[in-house]
Structures are given as structure tokens and as C-alpha cells.
Design a protein around this ligand. Structure first.
Ligand SMILES: NC(=O)c1ccc[n+]([C@@H]2O[C@H](COP(=O)([O-])OP(=O)(O)OC[C@H]3O[C@@H](n4cnc5c(N)ncnc54)[C@H](O)[C@@H]3O)[C@@H](O)[C@H]2O)c1
Length: 263
């Protein structure tokens, strides 16, 4: 289902977590993929996944331009760009915010997406796909999100802007907003308090798997998703749909399953 045969993709931050799961899923669907990541072990990881590798820091526009040129040289075309690379400085509120942290977060999480969309406009084929990985914290204010949540809210808006500018070439631009997903960024923190906290608050009662995000990216990358653009799709077990707990006593007007207007 949803074949990606003959399609060429770039997945930024594809050497770990969600990006690696997307890379593997695209390859299984028949695509060729170039992982663009700054990790030193990236080449080895890409080889194991049967992907190409380009070492890059996506916060720099010149690097993003080179990433496209390299993919065009290797594949002859680029159909899909997944702007997934990101850093996650959660737990830093305004009191702890520094100029350096804010700048680096916006450079990596926002500038990379803006430059990715800019160069996708010249380098992607007609009817190509741009998929931006945002986050549930870009949709709802969470404490300690001064830099990170701000960056992800910007990604959601950049997605809409990109969608309207690239629409004349039938290139779709969509965002995916995952809830908390079990990737190294989350599981790598010893006794990460975020895990039980999010589990308790999520209506479906668990965290997500990178493969579940990859399945959504796969659909958005496919020909079948041609009429979806400018959207942000949450994949979060219901976390942004509502609360798991809200203890309320009904008002006196509710009596025996009926609403009594005048008491
Ligand atoms: N894991 C979650 O719970 C979660 C939830 C919502 C959104 N997200 C978002 O999903 C994306 C992937 O997250 P993850 O959990 O898989 O992260 P991860 O830390 O496991 O992997 C991120 C990858 O991006 C690469 N990267 C980081 N900065 C880069 C840069 N400047 N240039 C090139 N590559 C760079 C890293 O080397 C790494 O391979 C991020 O944008 C993140 O904000 C993650």
C-alpha cells in the first residue's frame, strides 16, 4: 500500500529515532533515501539502513543547499523532503532561558525548516512532498517550553506558509506533531520523569513508537495524499484532544438524566 517506488527522499536527522524509522519505512516502500544528519556515526547507520548519507548541520543555509545538490547528484531528482532534525531543550522556562540556547534552538528547529522549504521550491519535482516534524508542544503551552515549544509552533506556521507558496507546483507541505515518542532523545534520559507523566495524561495510556510516526509520514509522502496541504496532524494518543481527568459534580439542574431549566 502507498508505494514510493522511483521516489527519492531526503530525511534530515535520519540517523536516529523518528528520522531513522521514517527512512526505513520509505525504503521498505521502494524509495531511495539520503539521510542528512550531523552525527559522526551517521554514515554507518545509513549503510545499515541501505540509505545514502550526507553529513550536514541543517541550521546553516549553505549546508541545506548542499544537501539538495548532493541528493540531486546521487538520485537525479528529489521527490520528498522530511524536515525532521531537531534538538529538544525541554524543561527550560523563561527564567532559565539564555541567548545562546534560544538562538541554537531556533537555528536548528526553525531555520532548517525555512531553508528546507526555500530550497525545496527549486529542487523538488512538481507534486513533491515536504513533511515537517513539529510537536504537540507547538500546539499547547507547556511549562519549560520557552525555546523548544516556540520553535515547534513556528514550524506549524511555516508549514502553512510553505503550503501556499509551493502550491502552484502541486508540492504539498504538511506537519506532523508527535506526542512523546520513545526515541533516544526521550529514553536516553535516566528515569526520565516525562515518561510516566505523559503516560498518565495520554487518553490512550501510553507513549508512541517512532514507527507509528513513520507510518503517517509514509501516507503523507504518497500519491494518495495529494490533496492534503498546509495541515498539521497530531499523532499523540489523544494528548492534545483533551484531558484524561476532570473531576466535576454535575449541577443541580441535571436530575435523573434530564436538564431541569428552572429550579
Ligand atoms: N521524541 C519525541 O518525543 C518527539 C516528540 C515530538 C516531536 N519530536 C521531534 O521529532 C524530531 C526527531 O526527534 P527524535 O526524538 O527522533 O530525536 P533524536 O534526538 O533521537 O534524533 C534527532 C536526530 O537529529 C540529528 N540532528 C540534531 N541536530 C541536527 C543538526 N543541526 N543538523 C543535522 N542533524 C541534526 C541528530 O544527530 C539525531 O540523529 C525532532 O524534530 C523532535 O523535536 C520528537
Amino acid at each position: 500500500m502507498f508505494p514510493l517506488a522511483k521516489k527519492a527522499a531526503i530525511v534530515t536527522g535520519g540517523a536516529a529515532g523518528i528520522g531513522l524509522a521514517i527512512t526505513q519505512r520509505f525504503i521498505a516502500a521502494g524509495a531511495v533515501v539520503m539521510i542528512a544528519d550531523r552525527r559522526a556515526e551517521g554514515a554507518e547507520i545509513a549503510r545499515a539502513a541501505n540509505a545514502e548519507f550526507f553529513k550536514v548541520d541543517v541550521s546553516e543555509e549553505a549546508n541545506v543547499a548542499m544537501m539538495f545538490d548532493m541528493a540531486l547528484e546521487r538520485f537525479g531528482r528529489v521527490d520528498i523532503l522530511v524536515n525532521n532534525a531537531g534538538i529538544q531543550p525541554l524543561g527550560v522556562g523563561f527564567a532559565g532561558l539564555t541567548d545562546e540556547l534560544l538562538r541554537r534552538t531556533l537555528d536548528v528547529n526553525v531555520n532548517s525548516v525555512a531553508f528546507g522549504i526555500k530550497h525545496a521550491q527549486r529542487a523538488l519535482v512538481d507534486a513533491g512532498r515536504v513533511i515537517n516534524i513539529a510537536s504537540f508542544v507547538g500546539l499547547t503551552a507547556t511549562p519549560g517550553g520557552a525555546a523548544y515549544s516556540t520553535s515547534k509552533a513556528a514550524v506549524i506556521h511555516l508549514t502553512k506558509l510553505g503550503a501556499i507558496e509551493l502550491a502552484p507546483r502541486r508540492i504539498t507541505v504538511n506537519a506532523i506533531s508527535p506526542g512523546t515518542i520513545l526515541t533516544p532523545a526521550v529514553t536516553g534520559i535516566a528515569d526520565n520523569p516525562e515518561i510516566p507523566f505523559i503516560q498518565r495524561r495520554t487518553p490512550l495510556g501510553r507513549l508512541g513508537q517512532p514507527e507509528e510516526v513513520a507510518a503517517l509520514a509514509h501516507f503523507l509522502a504518497s500519491d494518495e495524499a495529494a490533496y492534503i496541504t498546509g495541515q498539521n496532524i497530531a499523532i499523540d494518543g489523544g494528548l492534545t484532544a483533551g484531558w484524561t481527568e476532570y473531576e466535576l459534580a454535575p449541577p443541580a439542574n441535571v436530575q435523573g438524566g434530564r436538564w431541569v431549566d428552572d429550579l
